[in-house]
Design a protein around this ligand. Structure first.
Ligand code: PRP
Ligand code: GLN
Ligand code: MG
Length: 488
């Protein structure tokens, strides 16, 4: 999952874009970039690494302008290399820079159309560069550069592209353009700030970026909606796609987003707490006479759910693993070798919280099983009498194709295994998964009971539909094995 931010300011925006990116760092650790527009000049700086490593005072000084966009990347297409860091830039028409969170599922067809019909070259394997060229082509068909022309170009993108996309772009001479796919799979939120010099607008993947920049959260960008903000701070918006089933990605609430963000007017923190309540209730239903002594979260993301499980069970909550704050998120690392090594470097047990106890470890999700297999062993080595494991999400049995890099079912620990077999594989004494219906109602909560989600990695149902052979090709391109070969 990547993080994106776009700002139209009354003064220079680069520093605010940088600050916004730093609080979206959890969405992508591989590369970062900023593009800023000023008059007829677009300046772009990007590279591999964390936000703090990619920019220095020299590069920041060069990023002058009052309209800009920023991106931090977690690759789901193409390579992890510098060439595919975002924002991407095309010089025609006008000069456009674009940053994308999500993943297209018809990239190959679009790539061919872009070359053969639109007569444009895409120089990388990135789906986002293809998306930029589709937008550029659609804008090029317009006679004048107006907000209405940009909306028609977004309509063109929505007609042609399939998949998950939340996008921010700067177009020289027009301002900031933002749009979200017609199912609203990926999040995008709009904010506003008043200054002495006038009104400023920002869009971002998560509201936490608006919070720290002092923007008021106005609303989510609607699925299929286009937004244009001119350099003078005029906001235009309109629907750019026929209505489709709304399907925000449920994995944002399970793992991706920060708990202090609001997505679709739902607090991620509260959604995670409700996941803990429903899972706690399931445990009580299955074993009313359970023998759990303590509930221990696997930091960081499972903490909210673990605390509510402990409250529901009436059992002590204890921080039994200490996390090295200098190691990043392991799940979004590109290779399995690095992921596996990082768990040990990242988490260390406090033995007295385990010795002679029956512990219930809680994680937000079990995907490849990299974390939980090692953690269960660490808990045993630390002296636990019995080790139970609860997952706030159901078994992940299907690929995610809309912006989370789980392309290959063979890498999923729950693929072709029953819950009993997964329990054996992970080496725990009892494994409890959340039910999908409980997860969905925990996220939608009391206020939005009718909200539906993209839960495809749990259900195998894909809201955009999938072309025959897609998963086979995806596996060939993006399995851990394929990535390893490419890097070599
Ligand atoms: O089964 P796996 O393939 O190991 O994936 C699931 C684990 O990965 C994530 O943690 P991560 O370390 O990425 O981040 P966190 O610190 O936010 O929990 C997630 O929270 C689970 O702990
Ligand atoms: N996780 C994402 O949003 C990835 C964006 C884009 N597909 C890329 O690989 O760069
Ligand atoms: Mg984790």
């Amino acid at each position: 999952m990547c993080g994106i931010v776009g700002i139209v300011g009354t003064s220079e925006v680069a520093a605010a874009l940088y600050d916004g990116l730093t609080v979206l760092q959890h969405r992508g650790q591989d590369a970062a970039g900023i593009a800023v527009a000023s008059g007829t000049v677009m300046r772009v700086h990007k590279g591999n690494g964390l936000v703090r490593d990619v920019f220095d005072s020299k590069s920041m000084d060069l990023l002058q302008g009052r309209v800009g966009i920023a991106h931090c990347r977690y690759p789901t297409a193409g390579s992890e290399g510098h060439d595919e860091a975002q924002p991407f830039y095309v010089n025609s028409p006008y000069g456009i820079a674009l940053a994308h969170n999500g993943n297209l599922v018809n990239t190959e067809q679009l790539r061919q159309q872009v070359f053969e019909t639109d007569r444009r070259n895409v120089n990388t394997q990135s789906d986002s560069e293809v998306l930029l060229n589709v937008f550029a082509h659609e804008l090029d068909r317009e006679r004048a550069l107006t907000p209405e022309a940009a909306f028609r170009a977004v309509e063109g993108v929505n007609r042609r592209a399939k998949g998950g996309y939340a996008v921010v772009a700067t177009v020289l001479g027009l301002g900031l353009v933002a749009f979200r796919d017609p199912h609203g799979i990926r999040p995008l939120v709009l904010g506003r700030r008043e200054t002495a010099e006038g009104v400023e607008y920002a869009v971002a993947s998560e509201s936490v970026a608006l919070d720290i920049l002092g923007f008021e959260r106005l609303r989510d960008v609607e699925p299929g909606e286009g937004i244009v903000i001119t350099p003078r701070g005029e906001l235009h918006h309109r629907q750019c796609a026929p209505q489709q089933p709304h399907a925000p990605c449920i994995f944002e609430y399970v793992y991706f987003a920060r708990p202090d963000s609001m997505i679709e007017n739902i607090s991620v923190h509260k959604a995670r707490m409700r996941m803990g309540v429903t899972l706690g209730e399931k445990i009580l239903r299955l074993r009313p006479d359970h023998d759990i002594d303590t509930v221990i979260p696997i930091p960081d993301t499972s903490r909210d759910a673990a605390l509510e499980i402990s409250n529901t069970l009436g059992v002590k909550y204890r921080e039994g693993f200490i996390k090295n704050r200098y190691v990043g998120r392991t799940f979004i690392m590109p290779g399995q070798g690095e992921r596996a090594k990082s768990v040990k470097r990242k988490l260390n047990p406090i033995p007295l919280e385990f010795r002679n106890r029956v512990v219930l470890l809680v994680d937000d999700s079990i995907v490849r099983g990299t974390t939980s297999k090692q953690i269960v062993q660490m808990a045993r080595d630390a002296g636990a009498k019995k080790v139970y494991l609860a997952s706030a999400a159901p078994p992940v049995r299907y690929p995610n194709i809309y912006g989370i890099d789980m392309p290959s079912v063979d890498e999923l620990v729950a693929h072709n295994r029953t819950e009993k077999e997964i329990e054996e594989f992970l080496g725990c004494d009892w494994l409890i998964y959340q039910d999908l219906a409980d997860l969905e109602s925990a996220v939608s909560g009391p206020k939005f009971p009718d909200l539906r989600f993209d839960s495809s990695c749990f259900s195998g149902e894909y809201v955009t539909g999938i072309e025959p052979g897609y998963f086979e090709r995806l596996q060939q391109l993006r399995s851990d094995e394929a990535k390893k070969k490419r890097r070599a």
